[in-house]
Each structure stands twice: as C-alpha cells, then as structure tokens.
Design a protein around this ligand. Structure first.
Ligand code: KIV
Length: 267
C-alpha cells in the first residue's frame, strides 16, 4: 500500500481552493488513531471531549494539560498522515504567555501539529501571538463547551442578528490574527454559510450545516457508543460491518456533501 501524503496546513489551503471537503474526527488512543488515519482522515483531533467520552465527566472542564498530552502522545504514535490537532484545555490559555507555554507543551510533548482554542474576541491577541511564534491554530466558535457553565448548557449559539453579527466579526478578527481554520459548533446553517463565504480559511462544522468547508465529529458518537448522542451526530456503525468501514463511510459522506443532512442542523 502506498503511503498517503502527510496532511499539512498548506494541504488544507489547497483543499479549500479546489473545493475538496475536509474530513475530521476525534481520537484519543493509538488503536483508533491507526484505523482512522488508514481510512484517509484529513484531521485527527485529540479533543478535550476526552473528559466526557474517556473519563466519564459531564463536561470538558476537568481535563488537564497532562491528560491531553498523555492522549495526544498515544494518538501521535500511530498516526502517519492525518494532521494532528490537539485541544488547549480549559484555563490553559488565559493569557498569550500562558497559551504560548502550553501550546509548546502540546507540540513538543504531545506532537501536536495544530492547537485548538475556544472563543472569539478575547482570544484574538492569543491567536496572534501563537501564530507569530509558528504555532498553527484552529479557533472554535459557536457552542464552546469549555464555557458550558457560563452559557447555561449546551445550546445553539449565534441566533438573532446581534449574536450572528458578533460571531462573524470574531471569525474575521481571528483570521486576521493568523488562525488557520475555525470550527463552528451548533450554529444556524445560514450563519455558518455566511462565515464560510466571508472567510479565506477553512470552516469545519459540527452541527453547523453542510455548507462548511469540512466536518468534524466525536469518535464515540460516530461509532454509536454515546448515550443520548447529540442531534448533530450520526451513528455510522448502523450501515457498517467494522469500525474501519464506518470511518471510511463518514469520510465519503463528508467529501460528497452527504453529511450532515438537514436533520443534523439547527434551523
Ligand atoms: O473536544 C472536541 O471533541 C471538540 C469537537 C467537538 C470539535 O472540540
């Protein structure tokens, strides 16, 4: 089998130019990492969702730097070609200086090739500093799970003209500061479409419509392991004989714009 070309930030830009959709999925250990990479996933995210699906917490808030580095190392060991994105956990980027220190740990100890952080305007300076120091960054707007207590629950974000306008401004400011991609979680399709049209960096949606430049899901939702799985997810094991086949079908569904469907979105 010929080795797949390594996915890089440059590769993501090319995909955006050619209109090829970006497929992304979370992973937390070496075995899943190998299977997911071998099916041709573009991005593997070591998400702080590990706090919920691996550690059994109700939120991502308890996840520590050491936790995420432990899992990132395991994933990196068996990932050959997917771009390895790793979450900066709750309170690990409260200032640009702290973010730089922790991003360095994710890259040097966890082998991250891109870091992800949640939030809009308050993170613009941090993104600028990370980018300036050579750290690829994915921003995360909309439903930002680390702020679940402040948001009062896992609710759709960006509803109403003012909230939508602010999110569009935040997305543009994060791009200008040097973000390489932005995840849009649980926002109305019309807003996802507008942000995707305006930005020159890829948008990766989760509960944000098929019009984003790519899609991301949590592994445990995709393989049907999650109790009360969110509306935006889909169980790809229903039509697959193996986890590898489920992952492959997900990639194909993203690339052909068959996923997500309207039923996965928040109109
Ligand atoms: O932590 C995570 O898995 C995430 C995805 C839901 C995008 O941030």
């Amino acid at each position: 089998m010929t080795k797949r070309k390594k996915v890089t930030v440059t590769q993501l830009k090319k995909m955006l130019q050619t209109g090829e959709k970006i497929a992304a999925l979370t992973a937390y250990d070496a075995s899943f990492s190998r299977v997911i990479d071998q099916q041709g996933m573009d991005i593997i995210l070591v998400g702080d969702s590990l706090g919920m699906v691996i550690q059994g917490h109700n939120t991502t808030v308890p996840v520590s730097m050491d936790d995420i580095i432990y899992h990132a190392k395991a994933v990196a060991n068996k990932n050959e070609s997917a771009l390895l994105m790793v979450d900066l956990p709750f309170m690990s980027y409260t200032s640009p200086e702290i973010a730089l220190r922790n991003a360095a740990r994710l890259m040097q100890e966890g082998n991250a090739e891109m870091v992800k952080l949640e939030g809009g305007a308050p993170q613009v300076e941090t993104v600028r500093q990370l980018s300036h120091h050579g750290v690829p960054v994915c921003a995360h707007l909309g439903l930002t799970p680390q702020s679940v207590y402040k948001l009062g629950g896992y609710h759709v974000q960006g509803r109403g003209q003012q909230a939508a306008q602010q999110m569009l401004i935040d997305a543009c400011d994060l791009q200008e500061a040097g973000a390489d991609a932005v995840i849009l979680e649980c926002i109305p399709p019309a807003l996802a479409r507008e942000i995707t049209t305006v930005l020159e960096i890829p948008t990766i949606g989760i509960g944000a419509s098929v019009d984003c430049d790519g899609q991301i899901l949590v592994l445990h939702d995709l393989i049907g392991l999650t109790e009360n799985a969110p509306k935006f997810s889909a169980n790809f094991m229903n039509d697959a004989k193996s986890i590898a086949e489920a992952v492959k079908n997900y990639i194909e569904a993203v690339k052909s714009s068959q996923f997500p469907q309207e039923e996965h979105c928040f109109l």
